[in-house]
Design a protein around this ligand. Sequence first.
Ligand code: SF4
Length: 378
Amino acid sequence: MRLHSLARTTGIERTLVGRIARDLPAANRSDTWLYTHDPDVEDARDYLGIITPKSAVGVDGVPLAQGVQHLDYLADGDVIAVDPSGFVRTLYRRSSPHNFILMTEQCNSYCLMCSQPPKAIDDSNRIAEHFRLVDLIDPQTEELGITGGEPTLFQRNFLRLVDHCETRLPRTSLHVLTNGRMFFYRRYAAELGSIAHHDLVLGIPLYSDVDSEHDYIVQARGAFEETVLGLQNLDRSGVAVEIRVVLHRLSIQRLPQLATFIARNFPWSCHVALMGLEMFGLVHKNLAELWIDPADYQDALSAAVEVLAGAGMHVSIYNHQLCVLEPRLWPLARKSISDWKNVYLKECDGCSVIAQCGGFFQSGTKIHSAHIRAIRAD
Ligand code: SF4
């Protein structure tokens, strides 16, 4: 599945963010992109715009995006953005549990395995689009993510967006991926806590119990201290945190010790996610340093799980294939890869546990464990 496409546009002078309608509704036309295979509709007045895979003449005064490919999955209530350049982005899919707001592409770290390599750009103007998106999202949505780059680099606007989500989406839980460093400032953590969001969890990575090793992996001196103090400040402010560990050759070295460090210092964290590597972005540049076959770190993984579960912590294993995991770890394995980038290999044909298995990232079909084998039922 693709979340973007290119269109030939007419009458679009600024980015237009709107909900999709596949038929002709009567209401909210000014918020609505009409997605149609028959673009020369008679009554198109007041629509935000018309979007079509076909070529079209268009309707006077109504913005048009024609010739879009790969977006035929768009359904009523989904939300898209169409830029004057013709770039069409799917921002929200009503039927998917994997919706997120890409807050910014800027970051104050430069992790060796970053799957969303940071950009040195000023994209602070995105905030208006994020607020508009939150206004258009179905209030019945169960979960929404906020990610980056580093979302807290938007400082006050990040807090405003969380507050707006609480007001506009009171039944939607919010999961924010952040390196937690900004919460080194106790006041900033307290301000987030004072929003008292009904169901907010911050997912914060920690890669070693040794400061210099963590700082090396995230390529930022002092990051370990800021993250650890950030975690403590968030706990003091009543904000729930999940600790995330991406598993690779460097983070595996001291994984059991890291587990002990987490159990001792952050027993109150609501979840610990031990995550397989996503083969996208900066990982390729650092592959020699990072790659390890998951089958080769099962002992370290099992030992870490034993420590965390032994301390009564809620542990999950993300982005791993069942045929590579020790069977005793299977109950902790989750189908964690977002639907739009989740695939299986030819080797998976006939596998008796494919329904429970998390499979692969679309980007991970070339570089993966050498031990992928279909598991026979007998
Ligand atoms: S063969 Fe495929 S489906 Fe089966 S456990 Fe391995 S990765 Fe999963």
